[in-house]
Design a protein around this ligand. Structure first.
Ligand code: G1P
Length: 271
């Protein structure tokens, strides 16, 4: 099963990213997938038999949830990346569908829960892009011992800008503690840069390397994450995403918080 389809309570991880994009006003969704990820397109497809069975059983709320995996005002394009040549290459694969327009990139396995009073990160990046005309990345402070897992920003002299982005720096060489996390709003000028890049870290075409080139020309801004991020590619991160979503869930939230509180106060007595 693609990890993007692992459930967080009752919806797959990727559904949350799609809802974030839709809430940010995006209606054209381009999924760049690979050989093992056909189930993603199936998830967003219509499921008339299941809908009818749920309606017949009187479960119209569940039928609506099945129908609304992709609302009718949105449309999806599926593109197959024929070989895993890197995130930058995956973004370049989307160029025919994106065209010469600014666009957002959401890495679905970075599950983000915005702060209680803040907009979703894609909407905030979109706003920063509109105000500046520059590509925008999302940053989060990470401890130096974790920096090697991320693209790390070189802070710019102008506030809200970056001067460079170093993909997965070797330990001890990180230029800051500002890690780029999985949300971007990019100017289409990035496609020309991506098309000319040589493979970088891990022999892959890295999106961070293209952003670095644009940043060195003063073309990249950044905003800080307001909220929490959970890397669903790791077991603790996946569990953290479930805990974050369940704690704030309108129906099961109160019961879940009580369960967590009971477990924390007497871990040996609760099974
Ligand atoms: C990718 C990017 C990296 C970024 C990270 C955020 O790395 O290449 O720059 O910091 O996502 O999650 P990956 O996690 O795919 O190795």
């Amino acid at each position: 099963m693609p990890k993007e389809l692992l459930p967080i309570i009752d919806r797959p991880i990727i559904q949350y990213a799609v809802e974030e994009a839709l809430a940010a006003g995006i209606t054209k969704l381009v999924f760049v997938t690979g050989r093992t990820k056909r189930a993603i397109a199936d998830h967003f497809d219509a499921a008339p038999e299941l809908e009818r069975a749920l309606e017949d059983a009187g479960k119209s709320d569940l039928a609506a949830a099945v129908r609304d995996t992709l609302p009718s005002h949105a449309h999806a394009v599926y593109i197959r990346q024929r070989a895993p040549l890197g995130l930058g290459h995956a973004v370049l694969c989307a160029q025919p569908a994106v065209g010469n327009e600014p666009f957002a990139v959401l890495l679905a396995d970075d599950f983000i829960m915005p702060g209680t009073n803040s907009a979703n990160p894609t909407a905030s990046l979109r706003e920063a892009y509109a105000a500046s005309g520059r590509s925008q990345i999302l940053l989060q402070d990470v401890p130096p011992s974790e920096a090697y897992k991320y693209g790390i920003a070189i802070p710019g002299t102008e506030p809200g800008t970056i001067a460079g982005l170093i993909e997965k720096p070797a330990q001890g060489t990180e230029p800051s503690k500002l890690a780029s996390i999985g949300r971007y709003v990019l100017h289409p000028e990035i496609f020309d840069v991506l098309a000319q890049l040589s493979p970088g870290r891990g022999g892959e075409i890295q999106l961070a390397d293209a952003i670095d080139r644009l940043a060195r020309k003063g073309r990249v801004g950044a905003i800080m994450l307001d909220g929490t991020r959970h890397d669903c590619g790791s077991h603790p991160g996946y569990l953290g995403a479930i805990v974050a979503a369940a704690s704030r869930h309108p129906e099961i939230g109160p019961e879940f918080r009580a369960l967590m509180a009971a477990r924390l106060s007497a871990p040996e007595q609760v099974d």
